[in-house]
Design a protein around this ligand. Structure first.
Ligand code: RB5
Length: 146
């Protein structure tokens, strides 16, 4: 399992915490930056992680900006990406179970690092249920060609 990591300047510190968690779990990751607190444009980084997941280079992604909103909007423009901005563990669980989300977005200025790491763990530990939810995910995918 390789996880795509990407963030803007607001997400650098949280990404480093997430890397420690992934290291502890023996999970691989590819870091698409940014790695300084110099101001950058989040769409570029959301798109990079999105492309890595959509192409199959990475199985899942975790992307971070100040709110999680801008970078998730950007990532969701990449065909095949289902990025979910989660502010609690229930959302992280349900977006894996029902939406088969392949990217978790986090707002580093919204959730503290302790909660963020629990959200990451929940996202990674939860599987897609399939069944009737597969039909709905297929309908989402169909919209990419609408
Ligand atoms: C950057 O200041 C901020 O706009 C960005 O991190 C994010 O919150 C955008 O949605």
């Amino acid at each position: 399992m390789t996880i795509a990591l990407a963030n803007d300047h607001a997400g650098v510190a949280l990404k480093e915490e997430i890397k420690k968690l992934l290291d502890e779990r023996g999970l691989g990751y590819k870091d698409f930056g940014t790695n300084t607190t110099d101001s950058v444009d989040y769409p570029e980084f959301g798109a990079a992680a999105g492309r890595a997941v959509a192409s199959g280079e990475c199985e899942l992604g975790i992307i971070i900006c100040g709110t999680g909103i801008g970078i998730s909007i950007a990532a969701n423009k990449i065909k095949g990406v289902r990025a979910a901005n989660c502010t609690n563990c229930f959302m992280a669980e349900m977006t894996r179970r029902h939406n088969d989300a392949n990217i978790l977005a986090l707002g580093a200025r919204v959730v503290g690092p302790g909660l963020a790491l629990k959200i990451v763990e929940t996202f990674l530990d939860t599987s897609f249920e399939g069944g009737r939810h597969q039909r709905r995910v297929d309908l989402i995918s169909a919209l990419e060609n609408a």
